[in-house]
Every structure is written in C-alpha cells, then in structure tokens.
Design a protein around this ligand. Structure first.
Ligand code: GUN
Ligand code: FE
Length: 453
C-alpha cells in the first residue's frame, strides 16, 4: 500500500538549491520508492488512480517536516566503544595510545556483536539512513557489522580495514592476509544478499599500507567495481611521514595504486595542496568533511568552500571516535562553526595572525542550507549512491526523517518553513528526529510522533 505524507517537505537539489513545499505531499509506494512530490495532490491522484485507491495518509503538524535522511560519509564503528574518550592527543599518538589497542579487541566476536549493535542503534537514533563504516582488520567481525546494519535496516557501505605496515605488532596483517580477507569479505557481503549493504575497499591510510597492498586493493576495487574509502591529508606529521615513505604527495600515493576513482571518498583533506585538489577533482573523488574530529584531534580547520569551489563533492563524516559525536546533525552544526572560524582568520585581522597568506576578504561563510545539502544529498553523492538516495527525486528510495521542532517546547510563534529548518539545525538534535525511514521502512519511531493528531 502506498503512503502519502501531507505538510512541510524539504530537500536539496544541489549545493545551492534548496526546495521546500509548505502545504506539500510526498507519496511512497509499497516498495519504498518515491512516486509523488509537490503541491498539487489532486493532480497526482488523477494521474495515479490505481495507487490512490488504497492510501495510508499521514498529516504532519505545523511544527513537523519531512527531510531526507542523514548520510555519514565516514565513521569508525569499533571506535564507538571509546567515543568521547582520549581526545587529548594528535592523530598518530591517539592511534597508538588508544585506537589500535581498542580495535585489536575486535578479534573477539562477542564483543564485536555488542559494540556493532550499539553503534548502528545510535546512528539510526541520530537519523543516519546511510553510513560508510570502517570496521577493523578482522574479517569475521566486519561481517558482523554488515549483518547488523542490514538487520536494523540501515543503508551502509562497510569496509574491512587493511593495514600491513607501520602498525603495532598486535594489530597488523601481512599483505597476503589483507588481500585474502578483503576478497573473502566482498564474497561474504554478496552472500548476505542485502539490498542495503555494500562492501567498500578500505586501506586504513597510506601510512599503514605498503605500496604493494595499495596496488592490490586498487586492482580489487577495479575488478569488482567497488567503492573505496580512506583517509587523506588529515594531520601535518602524518603527511610528512607519507611523503617520506612514498616520495610523492599523499594524493599521488593513492593515485599510483589506482585508488582514486569516482567511487572513492577520502576523509578529512584538511591540508590538501592545490595540485592534490585538482587530482581528486580530475578522478571524480569526493571528500568527507569531519569537522568534529579535525578539531578534537587538533588536525586543523578544513576549508570546504575551497574544495567545493574546485568542483569536489563534499559530504559530512562524524569520524567517530576522532569525532566525539555519532550525529550528522552535530557534524552539520560544527561544519557551520568551522566555516565561521575560518572566516575570522581570513577576513579579520585577529591579534597575532597578521596578514596571513590565507587572508581572503572575499571568503564566504557556509550557509545552513548548504550544510544541509552536505549532510544529505552531498553525502549520498560523495558515496556514489545519489541515484538511490539523498533527496526526494521521484524514483529514489524513501530514506527520510520526520522532524518535530516542538519536542522540547512549542515555538513562541508560527515559524516559516525556513525558520523551522534553522531552528532544528541550530537548536535541535536526535530528540527532534521522531521517525526514520530507509527504503520506505520505518526504523525509528518515537512515541511522540503522532503526526500532530
Ligand atoms: N587515520 C588512520 N586511522 C585513522 C582513524 O582511525 N581515525 C582518524 N581520524 N584518522 C585516521
Ligand atoms: Fe577516520
């Protein structure tokens, strides 16, 4: 049976195109596909008489709206177990002190099951309808993560992490182990037969992979036409180490292995040089902007305006647990803050900064609707899944959030559509996300969500 939502519906069509319907309707068929969107419901009924015969109707209240689900382009599922802890070190020390010992524990399948159940539950609560997950080096444990996403109904890209060098003895693979387990993982996901979960080739970062491993992974991605995810240019010490080892730029190290494709998303990109930005653009790669982590691990301020201007698709990542929140709503807000902070440096003469090389009086701050794009359609595009999800284009799957701005208290006056969105972005959170849908199936429902009836 088809379902029709009536009320405020918003989505984005590009970085600068936001579309809203105040007294709108959105129709979803029994298979979870969007079959109607607009203002003129009667016209839709006339042209869809069969669908309109048996309809479930949902009337939203004045303080509710429907928006596309959040897309998390970069999250480390095992690190959920230490989220909010150990954020007092820069990247390489943080990896060695906290993160590698934690991830090594995922050889234990019972522990893996506990953590992976919790991380998927938490991200679903936060409205993440699509996540690109890093797991750990372990094959069986990574399959558990994929099963968990599928069984909770979340759309996911899942990667078995690969690392065969510059890693501690207790958490490293040989080249052969890494390649064999990656191939086995791809096969396991195929056997899982879920329409929601796909495997993604996941070299941890250039620093922990030999040239040969990177090349093998590039070949596998090409042979099976797979997604690729990794880290790039996050931290200055890391970048120096990569340059020393590979004798080339960070982006070139991946490109030489065939890992930069139009299905590749690279996390961070805080310190990319101009020729690396051009290379990513030429290859059709995307960037996952992870503002929380870039601040927490003192990596730097990533100028996403620069990347977007260069024609690169940018989505948002929580980067749990370098990032201290599993919420893309939170990442969206922090992306807006980071952009404001950059503007302080670029456009104001802050004490001590003098006339820095990066001064740009014409710098334009990120707008909340642009950040909303990055959190939804931009993310779907970054993960090369925008043919399926990211906005409410007819024919796409219904991956959506029903948001209620009046959960804490009713606004003092009737808010315009734009104001409702603003209010949600600047003051809201997971409590306002009362329902979550993936492929038309409801995977979160708060008892508050009574559609204003
Ligand atoms: N670079 C390599 N591994 C990691 C990780 O787990 N988190 C972050 N933020 N950066 C990385
Ligand atoms: Fe990361």
């Amino acid at each position: 049976m088809a379902t029709v939502f009536f009320g405020i519906i918003v989505h984005t069509k590009s970085f600068n195109e936001f579309e809203s319907f105040e007294n709108g309707f959105l129709a979803v068929d029994g298979a979870g596909k969007i079959i109607g969107l607009g203002h003129d419901y009667q016209a839709w009924v006339s042209s869809n008489p069969d669908q309109a015969k048996t309809l479930f109707k949902v009337q939203m209240s004045d303080n509710q709206f429907l928006m596309p689900g959040f897309v998390d382009c970069h999250i480390h599922a095992p690190q959920f177990a230490q989220m909010g802890l150990g954020l007092d070190m820069p990247l390489l020390d943080w990896l060695n002190t906290y993160t590698f010992p934690l991830e090594a524990k995922f050889v234990d399948l019972q522990y893996s099951q506990q953590v992976y159940k919790r991380v998927v539950e938490a991200t679903v609560r936060c409205g993440t309808t699509l996540a690109s997950y890093f797991a750990t080096n372990h094959l069986e444990s990574t399959v558990i993560l994929a099963r968990e996403a599928a069984s909770q109904g979340q759309r996911a890209l899942v990667g078995k992490v690969c690392s065969n060098c510059n890693s501690p003895d207790f958490y490293v693979e040989t080249l052969e182990e890494s390649v064999t387990a990656t191939l086995a993982f791809v096969e396991e996901i195929r056997k899982l037969g879920s329409s929601l979960v796909l495997p993604t080739i996941t070299p941890r970062f250039a620093l922990s992979c030999s040239k040969e491993l990177l090349k093998n992974l590039g070949d596998i991605a090409k042979r099976f036409d797979l997604h690729v995810q990794s880290h790039i240019s996050e931290n200055l010490a890391e970048i120096d180490a990569v340059k020393d080892i590979f004798n080339t730029s960070y982006a070139k190290a991946y490109d030489n292995a065939g890992l930069l494709t139009n299905k590749t998303v690279m996390a961070h990109g805080v310190h990319l040089e101009d020729d690396e930005v051009t290379l990513l653009k030429t290859r059709g790669c995307s960037v996952a902007h992870c503002p929380a982590s870039n601040t927490m691990l003192s990596s730097g301020l990533c100028d996403v305006q620069r990347l977007v201007t260069a024609g690169i698709t940018v989505g948002l990542g929580t980067d749990v647990s370098g990032g201290n929140s599993a919420s893309i709503h939170n990442a969206l807000l922090r992306a807006l803050e980071v952009s404001k902070h950059i503007s302080f440096f670029k456009t104001q003469n802050i004490h001590g900064t003098g006339k820095a090389k990066s001064q740009d009086p014409n710098y334009v701050q990120l707008k909340y609707k642009q950040a909303l794009y990055m959190a939804t359609l931009g993310g779907a595009k970054a993960l090369s899944l925008d043919h399926l999800t990211g906005n409410f284009t007819l024919g796409k799957e219904f991956d959506a959030l029903l948001v209620d701005v009046s959960v804490d208290e009713n606004p003092m006056r009737k808010l315009s559509v734009d104001e409702l969105i603003e209010k949600f972005i600047y003051t809201g959170g997971e409590r306002n996300i009362v329902e979550v849908f993936v492929a038309g199936k409801r995977i979160k429902k708060e008892c508050r969500s009574e559609y204003g009836r």
